[in-house]
Design a protein around this ligand. Structure first.
Ligand code: SF4
Length: 148
């Protein structure tokens, strides 16, 4: 049983999503009862605003972005956001290490936080967001709100 859990801040009720909303739920709060919670929002942590233009991954999912074979870009303008997405992932990993979190509970399908599905080239595909991919390859167990 994990004692310390890294959690997508929007799942805790923080209105930090691109659309200025949150995704808090009783289900999440119940699942975290008795745990130490480390909230992170990789995108706002990397300096992206609230609200902000929606971003999708281009050419591959999070693992490919980390390897430089895909990128993150705003859906409407095409503006490249790869560096911010990578930086946000690094911030999340640093928080996990600092507080000893071995499990991350993340928001499904986000281009940063998605654990099993994420937005690539206009569709939802199997694959992880950039942060989920970095956490997973760094040894954390990543689960999503939809696994609860
Ligand atoms: Fe932030 Fe992740 Fe939630 Fe998006 S899904 S608002 S990046 S915590």
């Amino acid at each position: 049983e994990a004692r310390v859990v890294l959690v997508s801040a929007c799942l805790l009720g923080e209105a930090c999503r691109y659309d200025g909303k949150s995704k808090g739920s009783d289900k999440v709060m119940r699942a975290l009862e008795g745990k130490e919670v480390v909230p992170v929002c990789p995108e706002t942590g990397a300096g992206l605003g609230i609200p902000r233009p929606a971003v999708e991954l281009k050419g591959g999912a999070g693992a490919e972005v980390l390897e430089g074979r895909a990128r993150a870009a705003e859906v409407e303008s095409g503006r490249d956001r790869t560096e911010a997405f990578r930086r946000g992932a690094e911030l999340a990993l640093a928080a996990a290490r600092r507080f000893g979190a071995e499990v991350a509970l993340l928001k499904e399908r986000s281009p940063s936080c998605g654990t099993q599905g994420t937005h690539v080239d206009g569709v939802v595909v199997r694959g992880q967001g950039v942060t989920a991919a970095l956490l997973a390859r760094s040894g954390l167990t990543v689960v999503s709100d939809e696994d609860l």
